[in-house]
Design a protein around this ligand. Structure first.
Ligand SMILES: [Zn+2]
Length: 74
């Protein structure tokens, strides 16, 4: 693989364009060392805040459900 056109120095994190010697600190990349690309890796978008559902109000049971039959119905 060819040297990345733009890379970050692993020592000083300086951005370099081509070559294998850091223009900022003079660090030479070891042979075979693949420096990080200076191109920003896209960060995944922040997860949307979770919508906390309000618990649904408990349903008032009908008398028929409570007593098995509606005692108020004659
Ligand atoms: Zn450097």
């Amino acid at each position: 693989m060819a040297d990345p056109a733009t890379w970050l120095c692993p020592v000083c994190e300086g951005v370099n364009h081509g070559g294998r010697v850091c223009s900022t600190c003079g660090n030479r990349l070891p042979d075979g060392f693949v420096p990080r690309s200076a191109f920003r890796t896209p960060t995944p978008p922040a997860a949307p805040p979770k919508v906390v559902k309000a618990p649904s109000a408990p349903r008032t049971p009908s008398p028929a459900e409570i007593f098995g039959s509606d005692p108020f119905r004659s």
